[in-house]
Design a protein around this ligand. Structure first.
Ligand code: PLP
Length: 620
């Protein structure tokens, strides 16, 4: 009764508090009065109905954070960022960033040849001053492609990631008669100690040491190309936990920058890489990979301040500030929505347990346990109850293994044990919610590096969630489960699944938030589950206040088979011949005729690998 009255006073605000929806990430999500998760628009009034999307909001705020810091500190240059396409190479994401970023000269960063092709074609429609930063290890083909980009009047910078690349740049730029703009990636000594910091420090994988930078300067000077060296880049890792560490890195890099100016390079840009973090758990603690202790404004202000102080001290011109923030730009833009398809059974009610059936098969000792359990229950001796229930269960398992207890009896004993545990308030084990999802494909960072993302039911938040559950995916892999959640929880409060025709048609939808960066690009095809269907939604006027602008079905079974070099057309032919060989032309024993069998086989290749039986609108 107490639980019921609490449930009836449950409000969306309670749900918002337990899932910390108002805290994690930037404040873009909330729960509306119907108990559904909503994406908050950037502003109110007219802004709320403009055709803007999250990408624009985030990028605009990144730009304005730097602009405010620049104005407040009388910094004498500007900020122009680039988006590292590796965080999400989706065409619409890259195109939107270039389109909405044009007024801010927002550009793109590429780390491989296909990413460069992508960035080149997107930037053809962008602001001509937007930077095209070419990072990553390079061969002659990569360097030639970057030089072609320069020929096509894209504002291209070839950033040297290894010392030898300078030779390629010098030779090929002479051959192609292009004057390149060159950057150099510095290997800083400043080390970020979190998981993502392994790329930083003297032993880090990327960038040039001070000795190598000096050799590059000498080579460029000898070739009459020192004026081409214009950008200094560093990246100390993603999720920089504090502005103190950020400032250490920026100060060190600005010292190198100022030394390059002294050595005669025509320096113009300092590129501070990525690292602008997301506060996934809303704790603002900065003491784990899940949290950073600063906001956007503090980040921008720390960067501007550190560069300004060093440059003023050395009396050099303030450089253009470029950042390569990926996580902070795209994490919020996508929400992975998936369905819980079933859950392990609930504890049975007393009237569902057949006590006479249990007693009938019990051994002498087990029967004693049973009566002792009943006595302890009458006297409300909780611990004794649990002791006898456990002993009874163990004896019954032994009896079952010996063959002296039937499966129905054992099932009822299991139910009795669960009921006793529940009634006396012993910790109920978390139930398993089976979800129509592959963690390896859609949340790879959870599996590979233990990254926790906010996961929340996206509806029924006006009801109290009373079940503790963990999520188990479709893959046949014990790692395919989510049992770590925001706030250090090992289970998630969830709602009881309703029958197939109850509630929202028995469907229960959960959303995984803040996973718009890296997850799509990193996901694999374990168990041959491909990506999910992708729906692009744009905020708009009109009755629904949104419009679906693109629907891209996820890969079919044939598509994922092709990824592993199978040939679905041939496979289908083989199976068809087999059907002919085994004469399924006419009605066979179970009434399946040849045509139905063949079309069902064809559909199996055509459909998605995810489950679809349970709800009419699942993956079609
Ligand atoms: N730039 C470079 C060179 C990177 O390696 C990365 C990612 O690790 C980024 C930018 C993006 O970093 P973040 O997602 O932390 O903004």
């Amino acid at each position: 009764a107490v639980a019921n009255s609490e449930s009836s006073h449950w409000s969306p605000a309670h749900s918002s508090a337990i899932y910390r929806i108002d805290e994690w990430g930037a404040p873009y999500f909330s729960v509306n009065s119907s108990g559904n998760v909503v994406v908050r628009p950037y502003g109110t009034g007219s802004l709320a109905h403009q055709e803007i999307d999250l990408l624009k909001i985030v990028k605009k705020s990144l730009h304005s954070a730097f602009e405010s810091a620049i104005q407040a500190q009388c910094y004498e240059s500007h900020y122009q960022g680039v988006y590292p396409v590796k965080c999400n190479q989706d065409r619409l994401v890259a195109e939107d960033i270039v389109k909405f970023g044009a007024p801010f000269r927002f550009g793109l960063e590429a780390g491989s040849k296909p990413e460069l092709l992508l960035a080149m074609s997107c930037l053809c429609k962008g602001n001509p001053e937007a930077l095209l930063v070419c990072n990553g290890f390079k061969d002659a083909e990569y360097v030639s492609l970057a030089l072609i980009a320069k020929k096509l009047a894209l504002n291209t910078v070839i950033v040297l990631e290894q010392e030898e690349e300078v030779n390629l740049v010098i030779d090929l730029s002479n051959k192609l008669s292009v004057r390149p703009v060159i950057g150099v990636r510095a290997k800083l000594r400043t080390k970020h100690s979190g998981h993502f910091g392994s790329t930083s420090g003297e032993k880090g994988k990327f960038g040039l040491t001070t000795t190598q930078i000096l050799r590059v300067v000498k080579k460029l000077q000898d070739s009459g190309m020192l004026d081409c060296l214009q950008l200094l880049h560093f990246h100390i890792g993603s999720q920089i936990p504090s502005t103190a560490l950020l400032q250490d890195g920026v100060v060190e890099a600005t010292q190198i920058y100022s030394e390059l100016v002294r050595l005669g390079a025509c320096m113009k840009v300092i590129d501070i890489g990525g690292g602008l973090g997301i506060d996934y758990d809303g704790s603002k603690s900065g003491n784990s990979d899940l949290s950073v202790s600063y906001g956007l404004e503090e980040y921008a202000s720390a960067v501007v301040n550190a560069i300004r102080i060093i440059c003023d001290r050395k009396s050099i011109k303030h450089p253009i500030i470029c950042s390569e923030s990926g996580r902070a730009i795209v994490s919020h833009h996508s929400i992975l929505i998936f369905e819980a398809i079933s859950a392990t059974v609930n504890t049975p009610a007393m009237n569902q347990i057949d006590l006479p059936l249990i007693i009938e098969g019990l051994s002498e000792d087990a029967r004693c346990d049973y009566w002792n359990l009943s006595d302890a229950a009458m006297r409300h001796e909780n611990e004794t109850c649990l002791l006898y229930a456990d002993q009874l269960k163990q004896r019954c398992v032994e009896q079952f293994i010996e063959g002296s207890l039937r499966i129905e009896q054992l099932a009822d004993v299991d139910g009795l044990f669960d009921l006793v545990s529940k009634v006396i308030g012993a910790a109920e084990p978390a139930r398993i919610y089976n979800v129509n999802l592959s963690i390896f494909t859609s949340i790879p960072d959870f599996w590979s590096i233990g990254q926790v993302f906010p996961i929340v039911p996206i509806h029924r938040l006006d009801e109290k969630p009373e079940v503790r559950g963990v999520l188990s995916d479709l893959t046949c892999d014990s790692d395919g489960k989510i049992d770590k959640f925001i706030g250090g929880e090992t289970s998630l409060l969830l709602h009881e699944l309703e029958g197939n025709d109850g509630g929202a048609n028995g469907r229960y939808y959960l959303g995984m938030f803040l996973g718009g960066a890296y997850q799509e690009a990193l996901g694999g095809v374990h168990n041959l589950f491909g990506g999910p269907n992708v729906v692009s939604v744009l905020q708009s006027d009109g009755p629904q206040s949104f419009a679906v602008t693109r629907v891209v079905p996820g890969p079919s079974c044939a598509d994922v088979l092709r990824m592993m070099q199978h040939e679905p057309a041939l496979m289908f032919e083989t199976l068809k011949h087999r059907a002919e060989e085994f004469h399924v032309e006419d009605h066979d024993n179970d009434g399946t005729n040849y045509a139905t069998l063949i079309s069902s086989l064809a559909r199996s290749f055509h459909n998605m690998p995810y489950l679809k039986a349970l709800s009419p609108c699942s993956y079609e």
